[in-house]
Design a protein around this ligand. Sequence first.
Ligand code: FE2
Length: 179
Amino acid sequence: MTDKPSYLGLLNAISNAEGDAQQYLSTWAEATQRDDVRAVISTIALREGEHSLAFAKRMCELGFDVQRREDPKCAERLAIASSCELSDLEKFEQLGLGEPEVEGCPDIFAGMFADTTIDIQTGALLGRYIAEERDSGRMFRACREALACEAAAAPAAAAPERLDRIEALLEQLVTKLGS
Ligand SMILES: [Fe+2]
């Protein structure tokens, strides 16, 4: 029987989480109307899927199978990602993606190398994974920021349209009151 590495749970958790992320990000990429947003989300979705498989493969090489863990938030995330009502910016907000970095606060990856027994091959995979995740984080933040800037600039441009609508509604109301 193969000795169970102390970091097996970490590999299993990454494989599961990355597979879930690929699912909802692919769904979002299919749902968005914007090519620029799709380019970002699709790239990250592919990375997530590859990470899920790479960690599953590493577990197999070590002599263990992935234990599938159902994330209770998965259905909720899928519903947000596939929504036609929510804007891409709202999806970023509701999925908690592209949040600004907190200075001086270590990210969730910072402690992953704390286990000094990690073998060379797993360590190399983990290092690449962390670097790609941090790059994906930067891509998410840049995309969310651009969408937030657009949204902040939009109300002024949309104002005449809204005024027209309010005017039409007022007219309807006046007609109703007069009848
Ligand atoms: Fe990820």
